[in-house]
Design a protein around this ligand. Structure first.
Ligand code: ADP
Ligand code: MG
Length: 711
């Protein structure tokens, strides 16, 4: 299904209300009233068998009675009548339907069943359906003027499109729109997402010429992998801003690997959004103000911020936030300081933040902002104005807003005026300016703009490290295991070892054996000291059952250790769970790291890197990316880890081979991406000493049934 099939939701030529009511305060009445009051440019039709006329619109008894063509229908009838109404819409060839009525999947049981039926019916009749359980649509474009919601207030137009999964949240935004002044053009509340979901709208707004910024409030992802892939393309052309409620604590609690246990659903969402170039925001205010800033501020070229103020406290809070966001406080050059000295009160503070004291008037503010913008150490300016008695707030903000438009660098205005200012500004202020009400928000927005532009231009090069030969080997091995196990299973150490070696990962040298006789032979050709381990599909952590014996100095001790280990396992009735034993070289690393892979139900394959070893869950150094990743992604991943300062060399620890480590991560990411059956990979630990990297423990889990993340 293509994006064009959604067009009539936002650009309908005619609209039909099924279930319009003559009772004020009922939804069926209020929505009709909104449509009429907002001045919809198309034709309005109403079906209500009991009334002749509602709000001066003639009522039809049935849908069939209407002769004209209808592009969009809104179904508002009680739940048990929705299916019939939808069938009539189908007969009338209506291809876009919004079901506002609630009581479907959200109540479970029969409601869920009914939702399934109407969704299937809509799909088989080529109808695109929004809802059920939603609040409707808005398009404030002058040529459309659609307000098909029961909200009395609508925003002023701007080329921002807004999706809300929650009707109540959308109502909250609309109810307060005259106070907040947020602007947007198209809006859809998608309710239960029976058919149309965030991915459809993402695609539609991507192609929609009227949309310049996409904003979304989401509580869940219908198909995270598809969202990720779409967003990857879209954010190169249009910004996508997402406010995601973190409602799921841990989507991966069922996982048995370290990687699965570490990566919560919210971490994965975070990583999917950041990696695909979306801007993830924490509040409604941040979402709309970021959108507004993208539209109305000049392009940001760097991280250096200057603060201009007439009050100390707010500027200090602002500077704290600039630092917290990882931005820089501009170091003003001497010319700038001299120019400022000439125009400011002698007791003003000339160094950044520039405190002009309460006497600074409109002209001073504007001139100072201009001077700051000419400094090459300034990439953006935050101008804070707290209204003092002797200065007129309107003049100051108007001058700053003019400068915001004229200047080639972004200027964010933060103001704390007396209440009557806002009324006056609404009437006579300068439209499309960015005026914030919070000092802490300004740096957050600058960071959002910086990240957006920086990530948008990132070029990614994907190198394929898996050749056909290794792919074949791995595929065969997996098929073999699948044939012998009905459920999901861990591979044995030997199988995992084979997979990793086939793609030339630096696995430490290992030998596998079952009997004492075999060990006797192996022991003659081993390098000492060595390590003896059990291998079992059953135990996640071998050392928990005493199954790892380290630093064995010679053959004699090895044979003795083996004997002791077997006796111990037999006593605990564990011997039958052991598939085989493993001896490997003992390698004393300086650090232990983990590289892992995990397959998320909705976002698909991910990779993880961080500080590893037995304490991995305690250290919680989790750095994630969705597969596939480029070498640059992998380097980034390493750099963002807690252990990175050690890896790049610290005191007597030598610098690690970071490129080799990055290549290793890319290979694991490719394994996850190429082989749907692999659900988890844990390489923990990978031991590191200077240039040497050795994988000493490996665990790979495969699943019989390939998980479907592309329903
Ligand atoms: P587990 O299944 O318990 O995770 P590992 O194979 O990871 O078993 O071994 C436990 C710990 O023993 C590792 O975290 C590491 O510190 C150490 N270790 C394991 N193999 C080696 C080795 N070949 N050389 C040095 N130390 C090792
Ligand atoms: Mg381990």
């Amino acid at each position: 299904m293509t994006a064009e099939t959604l067009s009539s939701f936002f650009y309908p030529k005619s609209i039909l209300l099924v279930g319009a009511s003559s009772k004020p305060k009922s939804i069926g009445y209020e929505i009709l009233k909104s449509i009429i009051n907002f001045g919809f440019k198309g034709k309005v039709f109403v079906v209500n068998p009991k009334s002749d006329e509602i709000l001066r619109i003639k009522c039809n008894k049935t849908i069939e009675e209407i002769e004209e063509k209808i592009s969009l229908a809104l179904i508002l009838v009680p739940k048990n009548l929705v299916f019939d109404a939808l069938k009539s819409c189908a007969l009338k060839q209506i291809k876009n339907v919004v079901v506002v009525t609630a009581g479907f999947r959200e109540v479970g049981g029969e409601g869920a069943e009914l939702e399934k039926q109407i969704t299937e019916f809509a799909k088989s009749n080529g109808i695109r359906l929004i809802g059920p359980n939603c609040m409707g649509l808005i398009n404030t474009d002058e040529n459309v003027r659609l307000n098909a919601t029961f909200a009395a207030e609508v925003p002023r137009y701007s080329p921002v499109s807004f999706l809300s999964q929650s009707g109540a949240l959308a109502a909250a935004v609309l109810n307060t729109i005259s106070l907040t002044g947020y602007t947007f053009g198209q809006f859809a509340s998608i309710g239960n997402k029976a058919d149309v979901n965030e991915n459809d709208l993402l695609e539609f707004w991507w192609k929609d010429e009227k949309t310049k910024v996409i904003t979304m409030y989401l509580e869940s992802f219908e198909n995270g992998r598809k969202f990720f892939e779409l967003a990857n393309q879209i954010t190169k052309e249009k910004p996508v801003i997402v406010l995601k409620a973190a409602r799921t604590k841990s989507g991966s609690s069922a996982a048995s690997s370290h990687t699965g246990a570490l990566a919560t659903q919210d971490d994965i969402v975070d990583c999917a959004l950041i990696q695909s170039g979306c801007i993830r925001v924490k509040t409604i205010e941040e979402m709309f103000e970021t959108a507004n800033s993208i539209l109305n501020l000049k392009k940001l070229n760097g991280k250096k911020v200057a603060v201009l103020t007439n009050a100390g406290g707010p500027a200090i809070l602002c500077v704290d936030e600039i630092e917290k966001q990882g931005l820089e406080i501009s170091e003003l050059n001497e010319t700038t300081k001299n120019k400022l000295r000439e125009i400011l009160h002698p007791e003003s503070s000339i160094k950044n933040p520039v405190d002009m004291l309460p006497g600074a008037d409109a002209t001073t503010y504007r001139t100072a902002a201009k001077i700051l913008s000419e400094d090459e150490n300034v990439d953006a300016i935050i101008a804070i104005f707290v209204e003092p008695v002797m200065i007129n707030a309107f003049d100051v903000i108007a001058q700053l807003a003019e400068e915001q438009k004229a200047n080639s660098k972004p200027i964010l205005i933060v103001t704390f005026p007396l209440p009557h200012f806002w009324e006056k500004w609404k009437q006579n202020g300068i439209k499309d300016s960015v005026i914030l009400k919070s000092v802490e928000l300004a740096p957050v927005i600058i960071k959002n703009l910086y990240d957006y532009h920086f990530r948008k231009d990132l070029k990614k090069e994907f190198v394929d490290y898996l050749n056909d030969k290794s792919k074949n080997t791995i595929q065969k091995l997996i098929q073999n295991v699948k044939a012998n196990f009905s459920e999901s299973t861990f591979l044995s150490s030997k199988e995992s070892y084979k997979i990793l070696s086939s793609i030339k990962l630096p696995v430490t040298k290992s030998k596998f054996f079952k009997t004492e006789k075999e060990l006797n032979e192996i022991a003659n050709i081993l390098n000492y000291p060595c390590v003896l381990k059990i291998s079992s599909r059953k135990f996640t952590h071998k050392s928990d059952v005493g199954g790892v014996i380290l630093d064995i100095p010679d053959k004699k001790t090895l044979l003795k250790s083996f004997e002791d280990l077997r006796t111990k396992l037999r006593k605990r009735n564990l011997l039958s769970f052991i598939d085989e034993f493993e001896v490997q070289e003992f390698f004393e690393g300086d650090f232990e790291v983990i590289v892992g892979g995990y397959r998320d139900r909705t976002f698909g394959p991910i990779v993880l890197f961080g500080s590893g070893g037995k304490l991995v869950e305690i250290i919680n150094d989790k750095n994630l990316r969705l597969s596939p990743i480029s070498i640059d992604d992998a380097l980034d991943l390493i750099e963002s880890s807690k252990i990175y300062p050690l890896l790049k060399g610290y005191r007597d620890f030598k610098k690690t081979n970071i490129n080799l480590l990055a290549e290793l991560i890319v290979k694991v990411s490719q394994l996850m991406y190429e082989f749907d059956e692999i659900t988890e990979i844990d390489l923990n630990p990978i031991l590191i000493k200077a240039q040497k990297i050795k994988i000493v423990d490996y665990r790979i889990r495969i699943e019989q049934r390939i998980r479907d993340n592309n329903q």
